[in-house]
Design a binder for this molecule. Structure first.
Ligand SMILES: [Mn+2]
Length: 338
Protein backbone atom coordinates (compact mmCIF):
# COMPACT_ATOMS: atom_id res chain seq x y z
CA UNK A 1 0.00 0.00 0.00
CA UNK A 2 1.53 3.27 -1.17
CA UNK A 3 0.10 6.16 0.88
CA UNK A 4 0.32 9.64 -0.63
CA UNK A 5 -0.36 12.37 1.92
CA UNK A 6 -0.32 16.16 2.22
CA UNK A 7 3.32 16.90 3.02
CA UNK A 8 4.54 19.27 5.77
CA UNK A 9 1.07 19.26 7.31
CA UNK A 10 0.04 17.91 10.74
CA UNK A 11 -3.33 16.72 9.42
CA UNK A 12 -1.63 15.10 6.43
CA UNK A 13 0.67 13.07 8.71
CA UNK A 14 -2.19 12.21 11.10
CA UNK A 15 -4.30 11.09 8.12
CA UNK A 16 -1.52 8.83 6.80
CA UNK A 17 -1.08 7.33 10.27
CA UNK A 18 -4.79 6.78 10.87
CA UNK A 19 -5.31 5.32 7.41
CA UNK A 20 -2.48 2.84 8.03
CA UNK A 21 -3.97 1.74 11.33
CA UNK A 22 -7.48 1.52 9.85
CA UNK A 23 -6.28 -0.52 6.87
CA UNK A 24 -4.27 -2.96 8.99
CA UNK A 25 -7.13 -3.48 11.46
CA UNK A 26 -10.11 -3.53 9.09
CA UNK A 27 -8.89 -4.50 5.60
CA UNK A 28 -5.54 -6.34 5.46
CA UNK A 29 -3.38 -7.05 8.52
CA UNK A 30 -0.44 -8.18 6.37
CA UNK A 31 -0.22 -5.05 4.17
CA UNK A 32 3.17 -3.37 3.83
CA UNK A 33 3.20 0.43 3.70
CA UNK A 34 5.28 3.05 1.91
CA UNK A 35 4.69 6.82 2.15
CA UNK A 36 5.10 9.81 -0.14
CA UNK A 37 4.41 13.45 0.70
CA UNK A 38 2.65 15.66 -1.88
CA UNK A 39 2.92 19.45 -2.25
CA UNK A 40 0.28 21.67 -3.83
CA UNK A 41 1.52 22.98 -7.19
CA UNK A 42 0.24 24.34 -10.48
CA UNK A 43 -1.31 21.38 -12.33
CA UNK A 44 -2.45 19.72 -9.10
CA UNK A 45 0.79 18.49 -7.54
CA UNK A 46 0.07 14.81 -8.23
CA UNK A 47 0.64 12.63 -11.28
CA UNK A 48 -0.33 9.15 -12.36
CA UNK A 49 3.29 7.98 -11.97
CA UNK A 50 3.08 8.82 -8.24
CA UNK A 51 0.62 5.93 -7.83
CA UNK A 52 3.48 3.45 -7.74
CA UNK A 53 2.13 0.84 -5.30
CA UNK A 54 0.15 -2.35 -5.85
CA UNK A 55 -2.54 -0.41 -3.97
CA UNK A 56 -2.53 3.38 -3.76
CA UNK A 57 -4.19 5.69 -1.24
CA UNK A 58 -4.30 9.48 -1.29
CA UNK A 59 -5.18 11.17 2.02
CA UNK A 60 -5.72 14.90 2.75
CA UNK A 61 -4.87 15.76 -0.87
CA UNK A 62 -6.52 16.31 -4.26
CA UNK A 63 -8.33 13.61 -6.22
CA UNK A 64 -6.64 11.95 -9.19
CA UNK A 65 -8.81 10.20 -11.81
CA UNK A 66 -6.81 6.99 -12.22
CA UNK A 67 -7.64 3.27 -12.12
CA UNK A 68 -4.54 2.91 -9.92
CA UNK A 69 -6.12 4.99 -7.14
CA UNK A 70 -7.82 2.48 -4.83
CA UNK A 71 -8.46 4.57 -1.66
CA UNK A 72 -9.02 8.33 -1.29
CA UNK A 73 -9.96 10.56 1.64
CA UNK A 74 -10.11 14.38 1.42
CA UNK A 75 -11.89 17.35 2.97
CA UNK A 76 -10.51 20.27 0.90
CA UNK A 77 -13.04 22.45 -0.93
CA UNK A 78 -10.48 22.52 -3.78
CA UNK A 79 -10.22 18.70 -3.95
CA UNK A 80 -11.09 18.53 -7.66
CA UNK A 81 -8.72 20.23 -10.07
CA UNK A 82 -11.33 20.34 -12.89
CA UNK A 83 -15.07 19.62 -13.32
CA UNK A 84 -14.00 16.48 -15.26
CA UNK A 85 -12.17 15.19 -12.18
CA UNK A 86 -15.36 15.70 -10.16
CA UNK A 87 -17.41 13.84 -12.81
CA UNK A 88 -14.91 10.97 -12.74
CA UNK A 89 -15.22 10.78 -8.95
CA UNK A 90 -19.04 10.85 -9.12
CA UNK A 91 -19.04 8.05 -11.72
CA UNK A 92 -16.70 5.99 -9.52
CA UNK A 93 -19.02 6.59 -6.54
CA UNK A 94 -21.91 5.16 -8.57
CA UNK A 95 -19.89 2.22 -9.85
CA UNK A 96 -18.68 1.30 -6.33
CA UNK A 97 -21.85 2.28 -4.46
CA UNK A 98 -22.01 -0.99 -2.52
CA UNK A 99 -18.32 -0.98 -1.57
CA UNK A 100 -16.95 2.59 -1.75
CA UNK A 101 -13.26 3.22 -1.02
CA UNK A 102 -13.15 6.91 -1.93
CA UNK A 103 -14.53 9.50 0.46
CA UNK A 104 -14.90 13.27 0.19
CA UNK A 105 -16.57 15.58 2.71
CA UNK A 106 -15.67 19.28 2.81
CA UNK A 107 -17.69 19.69 6.04
CA UNK A 108 -14.85 18.03 7.97
CA UNK A 109 -12.34 20.31 9.70
CA UNK A 110 -9.61 17.67 9.36
CA UNK A 111 -9.10 14.74 6.99
CA UNK A 112 -8.05 12.66 10.01
CA UNK A 113 -11.56 13.21 11.41
CA UNK A 114 -13.10 12.02 8.14
CA UNK A 115 -10.99 8.83 8.11
CA UNK A 116 -11.83 8.13 11.77
CA UNK A 117 -15.59 8.51 11.20
CA UNK A 118 -15.78 6.63 7.89
CA UNK A 119 -13.60 3.89 9.38
CA UNK A 120 -15.89 3.51 12.39
CA UNK A 121 -19.25 3.85 10.60
CA UNK A 122 -18.54 1.71 7.53
CA UNK A 123 -15.81 -0.69 8.59
CA UNK A 124 -16.09 -0.96 12.39
CA UNK A 125 -12.74 0.73 13.04
CA UNK A 126 -12.15 1.46 16.74
CA UNK A 127 -11.13 5.15 16.61
CA UNK A 128 -11.47 5.80 20.37
CA UNK A 129 -7.74 5.49 21.10
CA UNK A 130 -7.07 8.47 18.80
CA UNK A 131 -9.38 11.07 20.39
CA UNK A 132 -6.49 13.33 21.43
CA UNK A 133 -4.86 13.12 17.99
CA UNK A 134 -8.19 13.95 16.28
CA UNK A 135 -8.83 16.83 18.69
CA UNK A 136 -5.51 18.44 17.74
CA UNK A 137 -5.87 17.71 14.01
CA UNK A 138 -9.11 19.75 14.08
CA UNK A 139 -7.56 22.61 16.07
CA UNK A 140 -4.44 22.84 13.91
CA UNK A 141 -5.97 22.20 10.44
CA UNK A 142 -8.91 24.48 11.22
CA UNK A 143 -6.72 27.15 12.88
CA UNK A 144 -9.18 27.00 15.78
CA UNK A 145 -6.69 27.95 18.48
CA UNK A 146 -8.41 29.13 21.67
CA UNK A 147 -6.02 32.09 21.88
CA UNK A 148 -3.14 33.71 20.02
CA UNK A 149 -0.94 32.50 22.87
CA UNK A 150 -1.90 28.88 22.12
CA UNK A 151 -1.00 29.44 18.46
CA UNK A 152 2.32 31.18 19.08
CA UNK A 153 3.99 29.80 22.21
CA UNK A 154 3.99 26.16 20.94
CA UNK A 155 3.35 24.99 24.49
CA UNK A 156 1.53 21.73 23.70
CA UNK A 157 3.20 18.56 22.33
CA UNK A 158 0.82 18.66 19.34
CA UNK A 159 1.88 22.19 18.39
CA UNK A 160 5.54 21.23 18.73
CA UNK A 161 5.06 18.17 16.50
CA UNK A 162 3.08 20.25 13.96
CA UNK A 163 5.92 22.78 13.87
CA UNK A 164 8.62 20.22 13.07
CA UNK A 165 6.38 18.54 10.46
CA UNK A 166 5.72 21.89 8.75
CA UNK A 167 9.44 22.74 8.70
CA UNK A 168 10.75 19.28 7.71
CA UNK A 169 12.90 19.24 4.55
CA UNK A 170 13.98 15.57 4.67
CA UNK A 171 11.09 13.34 3.44
CA UNK A 172 12.32 10.55 5.73
CA UNK A 173 11.56 12.71 8.78
CA UNK A 174 7.78 12.78 8.32
CA UNK A 175 7.73 9.13 7.22
CA UNK A 176 9.39 8.32 10.55
CA UNK A 177 6.81 10.31 12.55
CA UNK A 178 3.73 8.92 10.76
CA UNK A 179 3.54 5.46 12.43
CA UNK A 180 4.28 6.96 15.86
CA UNK A 181 1.22 9.22 15.79
CA UNK A 182 -1.18 6.31 16.28
CA UNK A 183 1.24 4.07 18.21
CA UNK A 184 1.83 6.28 21.25
CA UNK A 185 0.76 9.53 22.88
CA UNK A 186 1.68 12.92 21.42
CA UNK A 187 3.78 13.55 24.55
CA UNK A 188 5.83 10.42 23.85
CA UNK A 189 6.27 11.36 20.17
CA UNK A 190 7.39 14.86 21.11
CA UNK A 191 9.95 13.33 23.49
CA UNK A 192 11.56 11.20 20.73
CA UNK A 193 15.17 12.28 20.33
CA UNK A 194 14.88 12.92 16.57
CA UNK A 195 11.82 15.13 17.18
CA UNK A 196 13.59 17.03 19.97
CA UNK A 197 16.60 17.63 17.71
CA UNK A 198 14.37 19.06 14.99
CA UNK A 199 12.40 21.09 17.50
CA UNK A 200 15.30 22.95 19.07
CA UNK A 201 16.05 25.27 16.09
CA UNK A 202 12.30 25.81 15.47
CA UNK A 203 11.70 26.99 19.04
CA UNK A 204 14.74 29.29 18.75
CA UNK A 205 13.45 30.71 15.45
CA UNK A 206 10.00 31.27 16.93
CA UNK A 207 11.58 33.19 19.82
CA UNK A 208 13.69 35.34 17.49
CA UNK A 209 10.65 35.97 15.21
CA UNK A 210 8.67 37.13 18.27
CA UNK A 211 11.54 39.40 19.35
CA UNK A 212 11.87 40.86 15.85
CA UNK A 213 8.11 41.41 15.54
CA UNK A 214 8.02 43.04 18.98
CA UNK A 215 10.57 45.61 17.79
CA UNK A 216 8.69 46.31 14.53
CA UNK A 217 4.95 46.00 15.17
CA UNK A 218 2.73 48.73 16.53
CA UNK A 219 -1.02 49.23 16.51
CA UNK A 220 -3.21 52.25 15.95
CA UNK A 221 -7.02 52.32 15.75
CA UNK A 222 -7.21 48.54 15.67
CA UNK A 223 -4.65 48.04 12.88
CA UNK A 224 -1.21 46.51 13.44
CA UNK A 225 1.50 47.53 10.99
CA UNK A 226 5.01 46.14 10.60
CA UNK A 227 7.81 46.33 8.02
CA UNK A 228 10.18 43.34 7.72
CA UNK A 229 11.40 44.14 4.19
CA UNK A 230 15.01 44.44 5.37
CA UNK A 231 14.85 41.00 7.06
CA UNK A 232 15.11 37.36 6.08
CA UNK A 233 11.78 36.81 7.80
CA UNK A 234 10.35 34.12 5.51
CA UNK A 235 8.01 31.72 7.22
CA UNK A 236 7.23 33.66 10.38
CA UNK A 237 3.96 32.75 12.10
CA UNK A 238 1.16 35.06 10.95
CA UNK A 239 -0.31 34.85 14.46
CA UNK A 240 2.62 36.59 16.19
CA UNK A 241 1.32 40.16 15.62
CA UNK A 242 -2.03 39.30 17.27
CA UNK A 243 -0.22 37.60 20.15
CA UNK A 244 1.83 40.76 20.79
CA UNK A 245 -1.04 43.21 20.23
CA UNK A 246 -4.15 41.22 21.18
CA UNK A 247 -6.63 44.10 21.03
CA UNK A 248 -6.01 44.71 17.32
CA UNK A 249 -8.50 43.64 14.64
CA UNK A 250 -6.27 43.74 11.52
CA UNK A 251 -2.60 43.45 10.59
CA UNK A 252 -0.85 44.92 7.55
CA UNK A 253 2.70 43.64 7.13
CA UNK A 254 5.50 44.16 4.62
CA UNK A 255 8.04 41.43 3.85
CA UNK A 256 10.39 40.57 1.01
CA UNK A 257 11.81 37.40 -0.53
CA UNK A 258 14.31 37.07 -3.39
CA UNK A 259 11.48 37.11 -5.95
CA UNK A 260 8.89 39.55 -4.61
CA UNK A 261 7.75 42.11 -2.08
CA UNK A 262 4.62 41.08 -0.20
CA UNK A 263 1.95 43.07 1.60
CA UNK A 264 0.13 40.67 3.94
CA UNK A 265 -3.30 41.78 5.14
CA UNK A 266 -5.08 39.80 7.84
CA UNK A 267 -7.88 39.78 10.39
CA UNK A 268 -7.24 38.56 13.93
CA UNK A 269 -8.88 35.11 14.33
CA UNK A 270 -9.59 36.13 17.94
CA UNK A 271 -11.27 39.47 17.26
CA UNK A 272 -14.54 40.03 19.10
CA UNK A 273 -15.86 42.16 16.22
CA UNK A 274 -18.82 40.40 14.59
CA UNK A 275 -18.27 38.96 11.12
CA UNK A 276 -20.75 41.35 9.45
CA UNK A 277 -18.74 44.36 10.63
CA UNK A 278 -15.36 43.15 9.37
CA UNK A 279 -13.66 44.45 6.22
CA UNK A 280 -13.60 42.25 3.09
CA UNK A 281 -9.84 41.71 2.85
CA UNK A 282 -10.02 39.89 -0.51
CA UNK A 283 -11.83 42.86 -2.09
CA UNK A 284 -9.27 45.32 -0.73
CA UNK A 285 -6.31 43.25 -1.97
CA UNK A 286 -7.91 42.72 -5.39
CA UNK A 287 -7.99 46.49 -5.94
CA UNK A 288 -4.18 46.44 -5.84
CA UNK A 289 -3.76 43.32 -7.98
CA UNK A 290 -3.71 40.90 -5.04
CA UNK A 291 -6.30 38.50 -3.67
CA UNK A 292 -7.23 36.07 -0.94
CA UNK A 293 -10.13 35.23 1.34
CA UNK A 294 -12.62 37.44 3.21
CA UNK A 295 -10.45 37.43 6.36
CA UNK A 296 -6.91 37.23 4.95
CA UNK A 297 -5.18 38.21 1.72
CA UNK A 298 -1.99 39.50 0.16
CA UNK A 299 -0.64 41.77 -2.56
CA UNK A 300 2.63 40.87 -4.32
CA UNK A 301 4.92 43.31 -6.10
CA UNK A 302 8.19 42.77 -7.98
CA UNK A 303 11.28 42.42 -5.77
CA UNK A 304 12.82 45.74 -4.67
CA UNK A 305 9.59 47.67 -5.30
CA UNK A 306 9.79 48.87 -1.69
CA UNK A 307 8.39 52.38 -2.16
CA UNK A 308 5.25 51.18 -3.97
CA UNK A 309 4.78 48.51 -1.30
CA UNK A 310 5.00 51.08 1.52
CA UNK A 311 2.60 53.39 -0.32
CA UNK A 312 0.00 50.65 -0.89
CA UNK A 313 0.36 49.37 2.69
CA UNK A 314 -0.29 52.89 3.98
CA UNK A 315 -3.45 53.22 1.87
CA UNK A 316 -4.74 49.81 3.03
CA UNK A 317 -3.91 50.65 6.65
CA UNK A 318 -5.83 53.94 6.54
CA UNK A 319 -8.79 52.19 4.91
CA UNK A 320 -8.89 49.53 7.66
CA UNK A 321 -8.56 52.15 10.39
CA UNK A 322 -11.48 54.08 8.93
CA UNK A 323 -13.55 50.96 8.34
CA UNK A 324 -15.07 50.61 11.81
CA UNK A 325 -15.36 52.49 15.04
CA UNK A 326 -12.08 51.11 16.35
CA UNK A 327 -11.40 54.47 17.99
CA UNK A 328 -13.75 53.29 20.72
CA UNK A 329 -11.81 50.07 21.36
CA UNK A 330 -9.44 50.17 24.31
CA UNK A 331 -5.96 49.79 22.78
CA UNK A 332 -3.02 48.30 24.60
CA UNK A 333 0.11 50.46 24.52
CA UNK A 334 2.51 49.54 21.72
CA UNK A 335 5.83 47.94 22.63
CA UNK A 336 7.65 51.17 22.12
CA UNK A 337 5.74 52.51 25.11
CA UNK A 338 5.73 49.32 27.17
MN1 LIG B 1 -6.24 18.66 6.03
Amino acid sequence: MHVLFHNNCFDGACSASLFTRFYRECIDASAQFTYQGLQHAAGGGIHDADLSGEQNAIVDFKYLPSPKLTWWFDHHVSAFLTPEYRQHFDAEQKRTATHPQQFFDAAYTSCAGLIADVGRERFGFDNKPYADLLHWADIIDGAKFPSAEDAVTLASPAMKIATVIEAAKDPAFITRIIPLLTAQSLVDTEQELFVQEALEPRMAKQQSDITLMRSRASADKGVITFDLMDQQAEGYSKFIPYYLLPEAVYAVGLSQSSTRVKISVGTSPWTTVVKEKLADIAAICERFGGGGHPRVGAISLPANDLDDARRIAAVVTEELKAFGQWNDLPMRPSFHDA
